[in-house]
Design a binder for this molecule. Structure first.
Ligand code: AP5
Length: 214
């Protein structure tokens, strides 16, 4: 199965994608993670996108489509979870063309619905393991008391440079202007499913599993 997780920053896309990787052997393709890797490795492209990401603007369609194109050739396991891609109509049409070329198709686009006030709380409290990427939250999923990641045991918790109020405001604006039109696009293609992203993490997991099993 190949699915898209769609939702504003902090909706829980990464959290849910990681669960599906563990339980179903699916492959997570997160353009945000790919761009952060490029940024950390100091490549030309990484340096170009660093400022754009810190502001909360979208990186150009050409760059992110190029990143996804490379990944679609490889082993895609039990299916792909697109996390944070596509984010514009241009990216959505490019994805369709790339999937057609690879003989693949999309099975569902799952929207995680969350109120804006909750997004601010989620983003403000988020940290991730710098080694394995496990996602934590100061209130809803605190870092273990021994200071080591529950998944890999590393003691390397990080907060993202774009997880601040100003950048989040911009990220939300970009979402409503450029990404939310995809809801109509995928509704028209009969692929859109909606999940209450305000529910507890495990309840959201169960709702997504039910869609995949249907
Ligand atoms: P990206 O990395 O994709 O960030 P984002 O879309 O802003 O989403 P987040 O990673 O912030 O949130 P999430 O929905 O994954 O939430 P999470 O599971 O972590 O993109 C970053 C930047 O890269 C963009 O701004 C842009 O510049 C660039 N970019 C990336 N892709 C691009 C593209 N395609 N085109 C152009 N530019 C692109 O959860 C958040 C917190 O909430 C965590 O602490 C978690 O523990 C907690 N939480 C999760 N679910 C629940 C729940 N159900 N209940 C309570 N707490 C919860």
């Amino acid at each position: 199965m190949n699915i898209i997780l769609l939702g504003p920053p902090g909706a829980g896309k990464g959290t849910q994608a990681r669960h599906l990787v563990e339980t179903r052997g699916m492959v997570q393709l997160s353009t945000g993670d790919m761009l952060r890797e490029a940024k950390d490795s100091g490549t030309d492209m990484g340096n170009r996108v660093a400022e754009v990401m810190a502001r909360g603007d979208l990186v150009t369609d050409e760059i992110v489509i190029g990143l996804i194109r490379e990944k679609l050739h490889g082993d895609t396991g039990a299916g792909i979870i697109f996390d944070g891609f596509p984010r514009t109509l241009k990216q959505a049409t490019a994805l369709k063309e790339l999937m057609d070329e690879e003989g693949k198709s999309l099975d569902a686009v799952i929207e995680l619905r969350v109120r804006d006030e909750v997004l601010v709380e989620r983003i403000a409290g988020r940290s991730t393991c710098g080694n394995c990427g496990e996602v934590y939250h100061d209130v809803t999923k605190p870092q273990p008391a021994d200071g080591k990641c529950e998944r890999c045991g590393a003691a390397d918790f990080r907060r993202r440079a774009d997880d601040n109020e100003e950048s989040l405001r911009n990220r939300l604006m970009e979402y409503y202007k450029k990404t939310s039109p995809l809801l109509g696009y995928y509704y028209a293609h009969d692929l859109l499913k909606r999940v209450d992203g305000l529910a507890e993490i495990k309840v959201v997991q169960a709702s997504i599993e039910a869609i995949l099993d249907a």
